[in-house]
Design a protein around this ligand. Structure first.
Ligand code: NAD
Ligand code: GLY
Length: 354
């Protein structure tokens, strides 16, 4: 079993990663919370995950003597809404969920973000545990405490930092993940290699063997844990985790949020960022090509279908921008990243002269 700690001064927690861990998650919850487990936990999941894994989850929790009430959400981004959040609050009230209760988020990033935000805000904070079931959630969204719901004005606009008390990760759950969702997670894995680990990056020149997934997820979580420990509130180093995301968000928006999924957009966005860095003389020549090769090996498309002139105004809307400048994550070379503020003129030049 891989055990990775997230050593925050307040709210420190562990991430456990092991093939087949689902069968032991009841025991691990009992070990972590002991006598402070509530009479009935609340488990928030989605319809796809519950259709597949209700039975092993029920068995695992029953063996540890943990009673729970499942609240099953419709699968998909649409569930990360204020309306759905209000439904959850109503269910919490019916269940008499108290501050000393426990919320278990069992699903991908949608469930983790929604359940985490509900946990953070119900009675000013109920303990919650992440049991991530997509690759994206296992390497990224379950760690670091970003929780949010969407509004009409945009994605993740209402949110709060709220760390889980424990993260339980079972890579075996990825066996049934649709191939497109798996590739989406691999884009984030490539991101970790690109910003922090040349060794991981180079190892991704081949599609991973399922036997290597535990170690790969562990390495991504170790990188993220270190970054979150140094910058929990996303004011500095944590921005590196947004490599490819400024372009990626613009690409997602131009595709109407249905043509490209997040990982596909980030894959193109990382390539654009590497090309931009090379144009500005800030990124080692050949880095963009190396990224293209690694992303292609993971089945990801790297050619952006939108012209720079279409991307540019969408990037200005990115919520991470400070006035007048866009903060872009750039590569020095694969394995090393930095943040650079670019004004509009510099951004135009970086994008090949728009
Ligand atoms: P998701 O939660 O919608 O899951 C993708 C699909 O896979 C869904 O249809 C789901 O039902 C299905 N699924 C989940 N686990 C499965 C399994 N084991 N087997 C079969 N099907 C399964 O999407 P996601 O990509 O996991 O997460 C995307 C969300 O994460 C977005 O809302 C994004 O904003 C958020 N996010 C948050 C952070 C963060 O730091 N909090 C980081 C990145 C992304
Ligand atoms: N997914 C980016 C972050 O957690 O900061």
């Amino acid at each position: 079993m891989i055990r990775q700690s997230v050593a925050l001064r307040e709210n420190a927690y562990d991430i456990y990663i092991r093939e087949g861990l689902l069968g032991d998650c009841g025991a691990l919850l009992r070990e972590r919370f002991g006598e402070s487990l509530p009479a009935e936990a609340v488990l928030i999941t989605d319809s796809n995950v519950w259709a597949r894994y209700a039975s092993p989850m029920r068995d695992s929790l029953a063996r540890a003597g943990i009673a729970f009430k499942p609240l099953v959400q419709e699968a998909g981004e649409g569930s990360k809404s204020l309306r759905n959040l209000a439904r959850l609050y109503a269910a919490f009230a019916d269940l008499r969920l108290r501050r000393d209760g426990l919320i278990i988020a069992f699903g991908g990033g949608v469930i983790g973000d929604l359940a985490g935000f509900a946990a953070a805000t119900w009675m000013r904070g109920v303990r919650f545990v992440q049991i991530p079931t997509t690759l994206l959630a296992q390497v990224d969204s379950s760690v670091g405490g970003k929780t949010a719901v969407n509004t009409r004005a945009g994605k993740n606009l209402v949110g709060v930092f709220y760390q889980p008390a424990l993260v339980l990760t079972d890579p075996a759950l990825l066996a049934g993940l649709p191939a497109r969702e798996f590739r989406c997670g691999m884009a984030e894995v490539v991101k970790y290699g690109a910003i922090r680990s040349k060794r991981l990056f180079e190892s991704l020149r081949l599609a991973p063997d399922p036997a290597e997934l535990c170690a790969i997820i562990g390495e991504c979580c170790a990188i993220k844990a270190g970054i979150v420990e140094r910058d929990a509130f996303d004011t500095g180093e944590r921005m590196l985790l947004n490599f490819g995301h400024s372009f990626g968000h613009a690409i997602e928006a131009l595709g109407g949020f249905h043509r490209h999924n997040h990982g596909e957009a980030v894959a193109m966005g990382m390539t654009l960022a590497a090309e931009a860095g090379e144009r500005l003389g800030l990124t080692a020549r050949g880095s963009a090509n190396a990224l293209r090769e690694v992303l292609a090996a993971q089945g990801l498309e790297t050619d952006c279908p939108y012209a720079p002139a279409a991307l540019l105004p969408r990037m200005d809307l990115d919520k991470k921008n400070s006035d007048g400048a866009v903060r872009l994550v750039l590569l020095a070379a694969p394995g090393e990243a930095f943040v650079r503020s670019l004004d509009r003129a510099a951004l135009r030049e970086a994008m090949g002269g728009v």
